[in-house]
Design a protein around this ligand. Sequence first.
Ligand code: C2O
Ligand code: CU
Ligand code: CU
Length: 492
Amino acid sequence: MGAGSIERPGRCRFLAGAASVSLFPGFVSRANAQARALPIPRLVDSTAGPIRLEVAGATHAFGTFRPSPTMGYSSTYLGPTLLFRNGCAADVEIRNLLDEPTSTHFHGFLIPAAADGSPHHPIAPGTMWRTSFRVAQPAATAWYHAHPHGATGRQVYSGLAGLAIVEDLDARRHGLPATYGIDDLPLILQDRAFDAEGRLVYLNRGPAMMMGMRGATFVVNGVVDPVARVPAGLVRLRILNAANARNFDLAFDDGRPFAAIATDGGYLREPAQLRSLVVAPGERVEVVVDFSSGLGVRLETGSDTTAALAGRLPISGRIMGRGSGPLLRFEVDRALPAQGRLPDRLRELATVHVRPELVRRTLSLDMGTSMMRGSSEHGGAHASPFGINGKPFDPNRIDFEPRLGGDEIWDIAPQMMSHPFHVHGAMFRILEIDGEPPPAHLAGEKDTVLATGPTKLLVSFRQPATTEHPFMFHCHVLEHEDAGMMGQYRTI
Ligand code: C2O
Ligand code: CU
Ligand code: CU
C-alpha cells in the first residue's frame, strides 16, 4: 500500500481544491515509519482514467505472524480505495491472474445489473473483464469484492475486497473531515483464523458453514492491532465490515461518544450520537470522533451476541466468535492538521411513505432443519440446507420481478440466527426490525441490514436487471450465500 497522487484531468475535473476527498502528501512516509501503523490503501481516482486492477495470489504479512498466502487487487491483500464522483463516468478493468475464475462486484453502487459484477460475470483465469458505468448517486462509502458462484467466501477471506468512495460536493459543503488518510480514514474490519505457521485457515463445513467462517484474530486494513495517528480534532472513520460472518459491536474503551453520519447509501438526515454500534458483514457506517482532548483511545468490539436468535440455535461461544477485544488504537499527533466540523443537518431524506397498494413479499432465510423438512421437493439428499423461501440458489431461476421505478415491501424472516440481508442494485429504508422502528443511525438509505428478527423493508428499484443479467439478493454471511441463501430478480 503506498502513495497515490491525485490528478484530476478530463470532463469530470473538479475546480481546484473543491474536491471533498484530498490527499495529504506527507502521510505515507509518516505511517510507514512505525511498526504496524494502520495501512491506508492508496486512492485510485476513476476520473483520472480507467481503473486497472489485477487479481492475483500473493504473500502478505498481517503483522504478528509469519506471512501467509493471500489474494489481492493489485495489492498483497485487499485493494486500493477506488474514488468515484457523482455524475461522472467510470471504467474499470479487472485482469484475473489467479488460476481459478473470479468476479468483481460493486456493492452499494446503483448501476445496471449488467455492470455490477455478479456471479453472472465470471472472469476466467488469464482474461480481463471491463465494466463501464455512470455514477449517479449521492456521496457514500461502498466497496467491491469477489463474487464468483460458490467461492465468494474463500476468495473474500483470502483478501479480495476493497473500499470505494463515491463523492460529491456534500462533504466540502458540510465541512466534515475529508482529508483521506489524515482525518478521513478507511477502516476495513475483519476476523481471521491463522494456523501455527501463520497461514490463513479457511473452512466452509461443519460449524464454519452453519455460523459462517469466523476467527479469533481481528484484522484492520489487513494488519493485526494497528495504530492510527490522528489530528487533535474531528476524525471521520469510514467503517466497512468485510468479515465473512462476524458482527462487530464497536465502542471506544474510554466510553467516548461518537456521531454516526452516514450509512450504506450515504448521509443520514442528521448526525446520530452513539456510544456503541453493531456493524454486520457488508454494512458500512461513517462516524465522526472527537480527538480534540488529545487523548488516544482504543476501538474495541464486544462479543457477537447478535448472531444467535434467542434460544434457537445451540452453539458454543467459541464457534460464534463471541470473543471481544481491541481492533486498533488511535494516537493523537498534534502536528497533523485538524480542520473538520460536524454540521447539524447532513441531507434531505424523503420521509418513508408506505402506500397500501405496494407489492409485498416475504423472504424466509432458511438454514438447517428449517429447510431439511422440505428438502425432498428439491433434490433430496443433494439439496443444500441453505436457501430462501425453501429454495437454494439457482442461477437459472428468476425469483422476483419487481417493476423498474417501483417500490415493494420485503418482509425478511431470518431462521435460526440473525442474517445480514443484502440486495444488489437497490437501496431500501428499514420500516421495522423485530417490530420496532429503526434506530436513528439505521434510518437512512441501506443496502444491507442485520435481520435480528422479522424485518420490514421498503425497497426502491431504480436500476434495470434482465434474465441474462439479474440482480442478486442474499445473506452476506458468505458461507450461507455460497451454500444457496441467495436469489435473483429482474426488473419489468
Ligand atoms: Cu457484497 Cu452480493 O454482495
Ligand atoms: Cu452487492
Ligand atoms: Cu445467513
